[in-house]
Design a protein around this ligand. Structure first.
Ligand SMILES: [Zn+2]
Length: 254
């Protein structure tokens, strides 16, 4: 279960099972700092607080001064393998990032979509995945694990994965076109009191990790809902286009 820590006035969430892996550093940001407005995105926004807050967040999780390898997230199934830090100055299109570089941060920003952090238990390679329903439909989670295995020769059995806070099944209404696109009946819940089907995005992501070969005992799913917990998170569905963003980061110590 994710634990909350207050570091330099910023509330950061971390998963003990991931923190326990030597040399792996990670964290999930929240909106809580001095005030309830600690946004770290969207990327490229004109809000001057965004770059400052990103640097503060990296500092709080133990990545002071590390380059942040950024994705231009487009709800795709595209995986990017970072072999150098050139991309730190420019976002590249994709929704999953993997790297074996040390002292470099991978990050994905979310405000209802699912952030997933993955680490090899020998700290050889890490991944950060942004999975909303479109990304899930494009099999972004499964693609990321397959790429780790293919490019680095790391068995999925040696991976630990954390599915972070997202718009959970309590709130996440979807249309029938989404139900069809996801193709994961177990992750769809229908109740008489609900007007539409609800999607369990966390379970849909977990199913892809399992299918790719990550053992169930090494998958940790947060039940924190971004739409319910306005005290902790931004939510696109609750706040609309002007919603701030959270950042989930992972990296390997130099
Ligand atoms: Zn909820």
């Amino acid at each position: 279960m994710l634990q909350a820590n207050r570091i330099s006035q910023i509330t950061v969430l971390s998963e003990p099972a991931l923190a326990a892996i030597p040399d792996i550093v990670h964290g999930f940001s929240t909106r809580r700092a001095e005030h309830n407005e600690f946004t770290v995105g969207p990327l490229g926004s004109e809000n001057p607080a965004v770059p400052m807050n990103r640097a503060r967040f990296l500092d709080a999780v133990g990545m002071t001064g590390w380059p942040l390898l950024k994705l231009k997230q487009t709800h795709s199934g595209i995986v990017r393998d970072f072999r150098d830090t050139l991309a730190a100055s420019q976002a590249v299109e994709g929704d999953a990032a993997i790297t074996a570089l040390r002292g470099a941060a991978l990050g994905v920003q979310t405000a209802d979509c699912v952030p997933i952090l993955i680490a090899n238990r020998q700290a050889r390679v890490v991944a950060a995945v942004h999975a909303g329903w479109r990304g899930l439909a494009a099999r972004i989670v499964e693609n990321a694990v397959n790429e780790i295995a293919g490019a680095y020769g790391v068995s999925p059995e040696n991976l630990t994965a954390v599915i972070g806070p997202h718009n959970a099944v309590c709130c996440y209404e979807v249309g029938e076109e989404v139900v069809a696109a996801i193709g994961e009946p177990d992750a769809v819940v229908r109740k008489a009191e609900w007007a539409k089907a609800h999607l369990n995005q966390g379970l849909a992501g977990k199913k892809q990790l399992l299918k790719a070969g990550v053992p169930e005992a090494q998958i940790f799913v947060s039940n924190l809902c971004t739409q319910c917990r306005g005290d902790l998170f931004y939510s696109y569905r609750r706040e609309g286009k002007r919603a701030g963003r959270m950042l989930a980061v992972i990296g390997i110590l130099p």
